[in-house]
Design a protein around this ligand. Structure first.
Ligand code: NAP
Length: 490
């Protein structure tokens, strides 16, 4: 496979952004950033230590306690976030090139999904700032009561490798509009867009210390950040295992914690579905971002009368999806984001094969330098097979037949996760009935990944707590303060 080197001229200043200043790590450490399409180093960035986390939290604390940000009106903050939105639009190409080269995303995906959706989150929450308000409450006694919405203070935002720009924007934009200050730790493998965003937010007028970025290893600085006494709120997105660990640390100091964690969504295709549309949905749901999407659809449940037909169509159609060089505009599936992801996916598919799964298509690595894994469809798996119940996080689809609505619901709900789900059917009554029984934060009908900044997403069960997107996200970044006056005259 021939891979074009991305234009790497000025990806990002590879330094920490603390208190409005670019700084090296206090001990001078650096970490490499790898292009997943080639396996080669594209740049390096500072690798923060606990001392750097202390400095970033101190800057955010100072900006919250003494700086202008929480004291200015939400309208003034809104104007600055709106400017950030405009700058993101102006810097679309730079952000998209960084996201594509760093994560291995096809360039069109990076432009039209990652940068676009991230910018829209800033636009949405900027608009929100024009009507942030509290409430006056009717009381029974001689009192006057009102409820103010106040920011938490210093928010630690911890984000994963797969959608760096969108998932950081879904935290930073609502956190900032509410008046919080932020210390952001992006994933070690994909830190570049956070550094670009530091420059963009500063240029937009976000005051020094309000948005700080510490790049570095979660295993080294994550615990320190989450349990830092000056952090008032932790917003975590990542795996269920790391999220549970971080939540336990936050619980020890009673620090509020929201958790957007792993997923393993079922996509239920009924025999009455529009088959062409359903197949397109099934394929895009599992290959989108090389399957590295918390809300991807790696579990296909097909009503038995169309099971064999669907498998046959997938056998022919999946290899036709343009796969390869992420710099090419026609590419739909790029590499996995890291050698670790490749190893994880390879191992899970191999164990499924060893356990007797049928490989309908795919099932192998492609090339030796980049982290490409051919889109894969597996059939004939047991309901409790590892590849069915665990999160694969790669371009792999498992297919299971079902006979009744009850069975489809039981299979769909049959894993520890509960993030997304989908139903493909022409029968709207059935769609409503089944959707109401699915344990998931979001259910798409006759489509997949239909996202909008106004629509909340988040998990149930092992997929987490809290919601991002929409007005619901504001609950993660504001708390109520009731103020009650005694109106009695004697
Ligand atoms: P991960 O390994 O859990 O890492 C997530 C973040 O946590 C990274 O920034 C990581 O830093 C950091 N971290 C690691 N150890 C930590 C610790 N002890 N304390 C605090 N932070 C620590 O997840 P990932 O592999 O990057 O992302 C994939 C996972 O995220 C999948 O399970 C996916 O489903 C989930 N996800 C969920 C959503 C959602 O909205 N529900 C969205 C996207 C992804 P390092 O990178 O430096 O290790």
């Amino acid at each position: 496979m021939t891979i074009t080197e991305p234009p790497v001229a000025a990806f990002a200043p590879g330094r920490l952004f603390i208190g409005g200043q670019w700084r090296d790590a206090s001990d001078g450490s650096r970490q490499d950033v790898i292009n997943p399409a080639t396996g080669a180093k594209i740049t390096d960035v500072a690798r923060a230590s606990a001392a750097d986390v202390d400095a970033a939290v101190a800057a955010a604390r100072d900006a919250f306690d003494s700086g202008p940000w929480p004291r200015m009106s939400s309208r003034e903050r809104a104007r600055i976030l709106q400017r950030a939105y405009e700058l993101m639009r102006e810097h679309t190409e730079e952000l998209a090139q960084a996201e594509s080269a760093n994560v291995g995303k096809p360039i069109m995906l990076a432009r039209f999904v990652d940068v676009n959706n991230a910018a829209e989150l800033f636009e949405y929450y900027a608009a929100y700032g024009h009507h942030l308000d509290g409430a006056v409450r009717e009381t029974t006694g001689a009192t006057h009561a009102y409820v103010k919405k106040e920011p938490f203070g210093v928010v630690a935002a911890i984000t994963p490798f797969n959608f760096p720009l969108i998932l950081s924007s879904s935290k930073i934009a609502p956190a900032l509009i509410a008046g919080n200050t932020v210390v952001h730790k992006p994933a070690s493998d994909t830190p570049l867009s956070a550094l670009l965003m530091a420059g963009i937010l500063a240029e937009a007028g976000v005051p020094d210390g309000v948005y700080n970025v510490v790049t570095g290893a979660g295993g080294t600085i994550g615990d320190h950040l989450v349990s830092h006494p000056d952090v008032d709120k932790v917003a975590f997105t990542g795996s269920t295992a790391v999220g549970a660990h971080a939540a336990s640390l936050a619980a020890a100091s009673l620090t509020p914690f929201t958790a957007e964690l792993g997923g393993n969504a079922a996509n239920i295709v009924f025999a009455d579905a529009d088959l062409d549309q359903a197949i397109q949905t099934v394929i895009s749901a599992f290959v989108f971002n090389s399957g590295q999407f918390c809300m991807s659809g790696p579990r296909l449940l097909v009503e038995r009368p169309i099971h064999d037909t669907v498998l046959g169509i997938l056998r022919d159609a999946v290899p036709q999806v343009p796969f390869g060089d992420p710099t090419l505009p026609e590419t739909v599936i790029g590499p996995l984001a890291s050698a670790d992801q490749l190893e994880k996916v390879t191992g899970m598919v191999q164990r499924a094969k060893d356990a007797g799964a049928t490989v309908v298509t795919g099932g192998e690595r492609v090339g030796t330098d980049g982290f490409f894994y051919r889109p894969t469809v597996l059939a004939d798996l047991a309901a409790d097979a590892e590849a069915v119940v665990d999160e694969i996080f790669g371009p792999v689809l498992t297919v299971q037949p079902f006979d009744t609505e009850d069975e489809a619901v039981a299979l769909a709900n049959g894993t520890a996760y509960g993030l997304a789900s989908g139903i493909q059917t022409r029968d709207l009554a059935k769609a409503h009935r089944v959707a109401s029984r699915l344990q998931a934060g979001i259910t798409w009908i006759n489509g997949w990944a239909l996202m909008d900044p106004s629509v909340p997403f988040g998990g149930v069960k092992a997929s987490g707590w809290g919601r991002e997107g929409g007005p619901e996200a504001m609950e993660s970044y504001q708390r109520s303060h009731s103020i009650v006056f005694n109106l009695a005259t004697d």
